[in-house]
Design a protein around this ligand. Sequence first.
Ligand SMILES: [Zn+2]
Ligand SMILES: [Zn+2]
Length: 406
Amino acid sequence: MGTLSKYFYEATRNKTCRDMLHPGCTCFEAGKIYIWQGLIGAMRHYLPGAVTALLFRMKHWDDTEVWRSFLTQYVRCIIAGLPMTAGSFHFFCGFYNLFGRFSAPFFVFIPSMLGACTCMWLPRSIVRTQGIGLFNMYIEFLIKRSRSSTIAAMRNSRLAGTLLFCILSAAMMPTQQYLQVNRFWFATIHKDVEQDLNNNSMEAEKGQCKHHPGRSCLQHIFGQVKRSFYFGLTICLLKNVLPRITLAIKQPISFLRIIMSRFDYGLIGFFTCYKALFEVINCFLTENCQFNPLTRSMITGFISGASYCLYPNYLLFTYPITELIELYWMIYMKSSLPKPKVAMLLDRLPTVMLMYAFSIGMMYHLRVVYPYYTNRYCHKLMDIGTSGRSEVLARGYAEIMMGYRD
Ligand SMILES: [Zn+2]
Ligand SMILES: [Zn+2]
């Protein structure tokens, strides 16, 4: 924010919130429009999440309770999300009228952060996914924006990116193995088999590893890889088909052509290849070497990470960074290492909520002020949630900064 403020005050000196956000109407009139736009925005913004939760309970659709909880959950999201989709703009006008001028932190950052104040009433899964997603976009912004020549060189190198991802992946697998958890990742750990099971009738025969009794390595690997392939395929279909659903009805031929050309073959390749490398090496090491599970998962994690070269992407790259911070924190809290009061305090803080509020404020601020360095998903997310109001603000700001308006 530092470098920005110098130009910021210069350019916005004679500007009002009316010039920037609601040309043609007063703050009061605009305030009423924000509420309607915010309501519609929130309806669109939270629909996919609510529907996904409903899809997971497809087997119980004949139960009215499922539908009741879907509706209450959805309405709760819309109401708790309203301070963000509409309220942030009220804060925007409010702070301008309060100070009589624009102030850099009170421009978008604080209004958006205040807009996230009701996030404790949003479903935790939504707060978590969005909070982490936006925080990852913030890391992406820091990487893209960095002026260091080393980072600039690494940013453009697929090899460097792949190598770093291998290291992240090598750090990820043993932590999950150690904690015996299966968090979302591109391969799942094989939980440690209890010692006393070794002499059990479940004992694996020759050519079968302990983690897949009753099946040969080849059958096991093939089954696992197939699952990853279908998972990748589903993601790619959702990602490409959903935004073009109207085109599919109007012009099916050009729709198919676009889907074929835009399809993320790299992403499917990544999912499939990661799982294939992971399972093949895991079976090989289990059969041929006497490594302990932690070393084994580290080696397999490192090698599988090489599949990143098929789909080098910021979202993919930043995901393990936040995930690892959280996992290593869990390990630290479980360990017998000394824990100062600060650590205990940090552990009790509602970290997810704070991160959500900070990330919303920060990313929305950056989206308006540095649109070229921010992830386009962030643009989309904001645009849908605010019924396009964020675009008006960003454009208004850009035009003033570039001197198109005086
Ligand atoms: Zn205003
Ligand atoms: Zn095997």
